[in-house]
Structure formats: structure tokens, C-alpha cells
Design a protein around this ligand. Structure first.
Ligand code: HEC
Ligand code: HEC
Length: 318
């Protein structure tokens, strides 16, 4: 009996050896991951810099510091992909080449991604627990982003002009002669002022006030609690005004900054996550961007909400 080897054993041994050999073999498939020179490192107060360095630099800088376990294939392949993609979207080592406004926007996006739990990637923090970002860290980052946006107090002339602009918008802002169209073919929807406001917020980063409006389909979907996914025909408009503070710190809305839209149609807009996106700037309603690629910007910032059909605003239930 004992002379007959168990058939599984017979198979298992060579299989194990094969796997082992394969594991050793793939270690030689190492597309090199270089650390290009640091040309303009991110500058910020130490507390801020420390958080970003600790939690983000491995994927978003040219100072990637791979630990031994990151260097073992197949983990290495995934890690090096993350670093390549991460650097492409945000690189703190070339930070100084971004204009100040773009820096602010990136930081605001970064804080949003952290708050939404999308960054740092959870696959990564699992193996690198030190990179986790605490609530305390988030508070530090938020405060820093807010400090960058500090607007000087406005004088009364400016405040008066602002009030005029706001009043002008409110009842019936001048209808544009021709309906402006965004580069992706999305035509301005003038009706949004009659939609229902579903949230208002003050954005802490750059002194704007904004209101999110929803059309009738959106309002009905909220009533029916059918908001994930939102039904076709749902439209949102996010309107932003600059915000002015007087010497006493009273704030009021001023110049109309922009209106942004999301319009749901899972067929027509299948290529852009089922939503048509558009942004029209200033009271002249100038379409944002020269080409339709701008939608990737919208989507990448809304990405943390992918499990909420890419919508940030969570309606308050009445
Ligand atoms: C393990 C690698 C990794 C770490 C660590 C990491 N990220 Fe990312 N990050 C990525 C990858 C990959 C992408 C692009 C794909 C995606 O969005 O999922 C990305 C995208 C981003 C984007 C969008 C960039 C764009 O395209 O505009 C922001 C913002 C961002 N990360 C912020 C952060 C911040 C802030 C931290 C630190 C708190 C961080 N990330 C840590 C891998 C990482
Ligand atoms: C920097 C990150 C960021 C970018 C880029 C961005 N959004 Fe948003 N968007 C937000 C956030 C955050 C909200 C939630 C409301 C708020 O806090 O202002 C939002 C809300 C909205 C809303 C209201 C519905 C909702 O999701 O709550 C619309 C409409 C909208 N964005 C359209 C756009 C369009 C169109 C673009 C591209 C032209 C765009 N967004 C680019 C961050 C971004």
C-alpha cells in the first residue's frame, strides 16, 4: 500500500517546484522605476510638508522610496504602475512649475481625495500603515489650504459693485445673444435659476460661495430616493460667486464666477461616466477649455464619488 505514492503528491511536488521557479523567474522582469531629478519641490510649513511627504511622496514625487516588499514581483508591477500614474496626475517634485492658482486647485483636490478616502490608495496603506492620514492631519491640511486663499478685505466701492452684480444675476441675468456651447457639445441650460437649490456651501479654499441646483427630475429622484444611480434626465448646476469680506469680516457674494453642469444620460454620455459635463465662466458665460478633454478634469476630481454616481452633493432628507 505504502509503495503507491498518492497521485496528488505526485502532481503537487512538480507543481510546487514550477511555481517556485516561476516566482524566481519573474523577479527578473523588472521594468526600471527611476527617480528623475527634483526640479521644484513642494514648499509648505513643516507640519503640512511632513504629512504630504509621509503619505503621498511614494507615488506623487520623484523621491519614491520602495521598501523591500514593494520590490518583489508581482507586487512590484502594481507598485510601479501606481507610481507612474500617480506622478502623471500630481508630482510634488515639479510643484514649482505649476502656476499659483493651479497649485491651489491641486491642493484642494488633494484634500478632497483624502476626505473621500480615495487617497492614499488603500492597497498601499495596508502595507504602509505609517502613510495613513488621520483626522488631525486632515484638519492641518484644510487649514493650510484655507490660509492660501486669504483674500484681502474689500473696500466699499468693491462691495457696492459686488452687490450690484449679485442683484443683476438674481432676477433675470441678461440672456446671452446666442446659447454658448461647451467644446464637448453641451449647450448652456439657461433654466437652472428656476431649479431647486439642494445645497449651499462655502468652499474653504478660494473664497467662493456656491449653490447646487437640481432640476425637476433630480428633485423627483430625491423624493423617490432613487439617487444611485440618478435617473436619465437628472441635471445639476453648481453656481459659484466670488466672496468678498469687508474690514469687519462680513462676507457677501460678489462677481458671478461660473456655472457648472452635470446632465445624466447613460447612453449619450457613456464615455464620460454617464454624465454630460460643462462649465461656463463669468457673466459672459465663456465655455471653459478649448477642447473636450476638460471632462477628464471634472471626472478625476469627482472620482472619489464613483460609488455615489459621481455626485458629491448628498441631498438632505426631509
Ligand atoms: C500607492 C500610490 C499612491 C499614494 C501613496 C497616493 N496616491 Fe494619489 N494617486 C495614485 C494613483 C495611481 C493615481 C491616479 C489614478 C487614480 O486616480 O486612482 C492618483 C491620483 C491622485 C490625484 C488625482 C490627480 C489628477 O489626476 O489630477 C490626487 C489629487 C491624489 N492622487 C492625491 C494624493 C494625496 C494627497 C496623497 C497622499 C495623502 C496620495 N494621493 C497618495 C497613487 C497614490
Ligand atoms: C477640484 C475638484 C473638482 C473639479 C476639478 C470639478 N469638480 Fe465639480 N464638484 C467638486 C466638489 C467638491 C463638489 C461638491 C460641491 C462643493 O463642495 O462645491 C462638486 C460639485 C459639482 C456639481 C454639483 C453636483 C455634485 O456632484 O455635487 C456639478 C454639477 C459639478 N461639480 C460639475 C463639475 C464640472 C462640469 C467640472 C469640470 C468642468 C467639475 N465639476 C470639476 C469638485 C470638483
Amino acid at each position: 500500500m505504502s509503495t503507491v505514492a498518492h497521485p496528488f503528491r505526485r502532481l503537487l511536488l512538480p507543481a510546487g517546484a514550477l511555481l517556485g521557479a516561476a516566482f524566481v523567474g519573474i523577479q527578473f522582469i523588472h521594468p526600471p522605476l527611476e527617480n528623475p531629478p527634483v526640479t521644484g519641490d513642494f514648499q509648505a510649513p513643516v507640519a503640512v510638508k511632513n504629512i504630504v511627504q509621509r503619505a503621498c511622496y511614494d507615488c506623487h514625487s520623484n523621491q519614491t522610496n520602495l521598501r523591500w516588499f514593494d520590490k518583489v514581483a508581482p507586487v512590484y508591477w502594481q507598485v510601479s504602475d501606481h507610481v507612474r500614474e500617480g506622478r502623471a496626475g500630481l508630482n510634488f517634485s515639479t510643484w514649482q512649475s505649476l502656476p499659483p492658482d493651479a497649485q491651489k486647485a491641486k491642493l484642494w483636490e488633494a484634500v478632497n481625495q483624502i476626505i473621500a478616502g480615495a487617497m492614499p490608495l488603500s492597497e498601499y496603506t495596508l502595507a504602509h500603515p505609517a502613510a495613513k492620514v488621520s483626522a488631525q492631519d486632515v484638519a492641518v491640511l484644510k487649514q493650510y489650504v484655507a490660509s492660501l486663499a486669504h483674500n484681502p478685505p474689500a473696500d466699499s466701492a468693491k462691495l457696492n459693485t459686488a452687490a450690484r452684480q449679485y442683484r443683476h444675476w438674481q432676477p433675470a441675468a441678461a440672456k446671452p445673444a446666442a446659447v454658448p456651447v461647451a467644446p464637448n457639445g453641451f449647450a448652456f441650460l439657461p433654466d437652472y435659476k428656476n431649479w431647486q437649490a439642494i445645497s449651499t456651501t462655502e468652499r474653504f479654499d478660494n473664497g467662493t460661495m456656491r449653490v447646487v441646483f437640481g432640476n425637476a427630475v433630480a428633485v423627483q429622484a430625491i423624493r423617490d430616493k432613487h439617487i444611485n444611480p440618478w435617473p436619465n434626465g437628472t441635471a445639476f448646476a453648481k453656481v459659484a460667486w466670488d466672496q468678498l469680506a469687508d474690514a469687519q469680516g462680513n462676507v457677501s457674494p460678489s462677481a458671478f464666477k461660473q456655472v457648472e453642469y452635470m446632465l445624466k444620460d447613460d447612453q449619450k454620455y457613456a464615455a464620460t461616466k454617464g454624465w454630460g459635463w460643462a462649465r461656463f465662466k463669468t457673466d459672459k458665460l465663456v465655455p471653459y477649455s478649448k477642447d473636450a478633454l476638460f471632462t477628464t478634469e471634472c471626472i478625476s476630481c469627482h472620482q472619489p464619488q464613483q460609488h455615489n454616481d459621481f455626485v458629491f452633493t448628498q441631498p438632505i432628507n426631509h
